[in-house]
Design a binder for this molecule. Structure first.
Ligand code: MSP
Length: 524
């Protein structure tokens, strides 16, 4: 039976245009989803938008629109960006979709019936832009610990979810195996939230209307987190009639997000699932932030890098590569235009692009485009072959452990090794000696084969350019399949190459830095 794989991004707030920060999570999930599909898994890749709440209501009002129209406009931008970025999501859930609302209403009612939701009064410090309540001990200098803004004292009648009842079970879950990655986040959750005593969570509001109405008390709307987190199962048809694959896809294999919402995913979401007697997701991965300067890049900070501009100018694959390569497994990554441009030149233009163009041009020049079938191996080949055969395993281990950047690094170890092999074998001198023709064909075949294996491994990350590379080296239908990368030599012996324009044109860094200067970015 085909194994299933269910991966999700957070559902994004349509409170402003999407930026490169949102691209990171979505493209990372996309690369993993593509990799799993290539491996033969039955993949469901879910993304979507989280459209309710006071902030959206206010944004809409400021724009002179009703919240739904406002959300529709921004959601269209998100979808346009994902199409532009080549994101292969299978489903897009909106919290304003009827089926999602149905699921949320069921869950809220069910939790109430089971005694996990109760009515009380909320008194606390509220950060409006973050739509978050904080206890005094969580505030930093009396301000919101997430965004540093002022908080306001608030009191209102509200429903609460008994998060406190799950403290022991949550601790056990977090401390078991690799449920939450990176491991450092486990201590953070246990020490900062569970040990000081988990507070019950306010899950309804009466102060605004833009939300899912509580069915049994219509003064209240469901407050963001129950609404938002339920997307992961409403989109599978849990208690709605739109989809019918909850049994097949739940539990999720990976929920990916950035660190600021790990608290909700590792404490609140598992507790809701426990209260509903549902299985836990298998893994949560909370990566760091793409920052500019020392600030998290976000719409409200206004220092946004526009992915449409970057992708248009330098190629979507280059942009995908950059964000995935730059973000460490644990920790943040600063977006620095100069590093981005340098990386395109070193990794993509010089290392990968040159390998492909040099190799295919030599096959063209010395063999009129088609290699002869005879071979003559030399001991020099063994190391290249060994590196190629080890690369796939290393890359897959890294990717399965969510070490995405390091998975890419492993592939580039192989690409660099192939470039070194050109220097070692000097095909241009072999070409001068008619008696070395067979050896020359062997060297070029080994290079084409290394390119083939590398391109297949890179395709989940750079899905535009890799099929083009595979075409240029003459790989047939079976020779582009994932299963064919484990043994060296699967490329047909008489492969015919085709030449083409540079895949990753070299960039004039100074000129482009001027283009990307902050003034230019604003007008872009
Ligand atoms: N709506 C909630 C999530 C609900 S999920 C049940 C939300 N939305 S958000 O629009 O603020 O998106 C936050 C997520 O977007 C982060 O967790 C991360 O996945 C992604 N990112 C947004 N800005 C980012 C960076 N600057 N860097 C990395 N990821 C970023 O929170």
């Amino acid at each position: 039976m085909t194994e299933k794989f269910y991966i999700t991004t957070p559902i994004y707030y349509p409170s402003g245009s999407p930026h490169i920060g949102h691209c990171y999570t979505t493209v990372a999930c996309d690369a993993i989803a593509r990799y799993k599909r290539a491996k033969g898994f039955d993949v469901l890749f879910l993304t979507g938008t989280d459209e309710h709440g006071q902030k959206i209501e206010e944004k809409a009002q400021a724009a002179g629109l009703d919240p739904q129209t406002y959300a529709d406009n921004v959601v269209a931008e998100f979808k346009k960006l994902w199409t532009f970025m080549n994101v292969s999501y299978d489903r897009f859930v909106r919290t304003t979709d009827d089926y999602h609302i149905k699921t949320v209403q069921y869950i809220f009612e069910e939790l109430y019936k089971r005694g996990y939701i109760y009515k009380s009064e909320y008194k606390g410090k509220y950060c409006k832009p973050c739509e978050s309540f904080w206890t005094d001990s969580q505030l930093v200098d009396g301000k919101c610990p997430d965004c540093g803004r002022e908080v306001v004292e608030t009191t209102e009648e509200a429903y609460f979810f008994k998060l406190s009842a799950f403290a022991d079970k949550l601790k056990a879950l977090l401390e078991s195996g690799d449920f939450l990655l990176p491991e450092s986040r486990v201590n953070e959750m246990v020490n900062n939230f569970i040990k000081p005593g988990l507070a019950d969570l306010c899950v309804s509001r009466t102060s605004f209307k833009w939300g899912v109405p509580v069915t049994f008390d219509d003064k209240h709307v469901v407050y963001v987190w129950i609404d938002a987190l339920s997307n992961y199962i409403s989109a599978l048809g849990y208690h709605n009639d739109t989809y019918h694959d909850f049994e097949k896809f739940w539990p999720a294999d990976v929920h990916m997000m950035a660190k600021e919402i790990v608290r909700f995913h590792s404490l609140v979401w598992p507790a809701i699932l426990m209260a509903l007697d549902l299985p836990m997701p298998k893994k949560l991965y909370a990566h760091g932030w793409i920052t500019m300067g020392d600030k998290k890049m976000s719409k409200s900070l206004g220092n946004v890098v526009n992915p449409f501009v970057l992708g248009e100018r330098y190629g979507v694959d280059a942009l995908r590569y950059e964000v995935l390569r730059e973000m460490p497994y644990s920790g943040d990554s600063m977006f620095v235009s100069e590093l981005f441009l340098q990386r395109i030149n070193t990794d993509l233009a010089n290392n990968l692009g040159n390998l492909v163009s040099r190799t295919t041009s030599m096959v063209q020049k010395y063999f009129q485009g088609t290699l002869p079938a005879e071979r003559e191996a030399e001991s020099l080949d063994a190391d290249l072959i060994a590196v190629a055969e080890a690369a796939s395993k290393k890359m897959e281990n890294k990717l399965n452990a969510m070490h995405i950047s390091e998975a890419l690094e492993e592939i580039f170890v192989l690409i660099s090794r192939a470039n070194k092999y050109i220097d070692e074998t000097t095909p241009w001198s072999l070409a001068k000696d008619e008696s070395k023709k067979v050896r020359l064909a062997t060297v070029l075949y080994n290079l084409l084969e290394t390119i083939r294996i590398s391109a297949i491994m890179l395709e989940p990350f750079m899905p535009n350019t890799m099929p083009e590379i595979l075409k240029r080296i003459g790989a047939g239908a079976d020779e582009v399949k994932w299963d064919s990368i484990y043994t060296f030599g699967k490329l047909n012996p008489q492969a015919t190459v085709t030449l083409g324009d540079p895949l990753f044109p070299r960039i004039n860094i100074e000129q482009e830095l001027a283009f990307l200067s902050p003034d230019q970015e604003k007008s872009a």
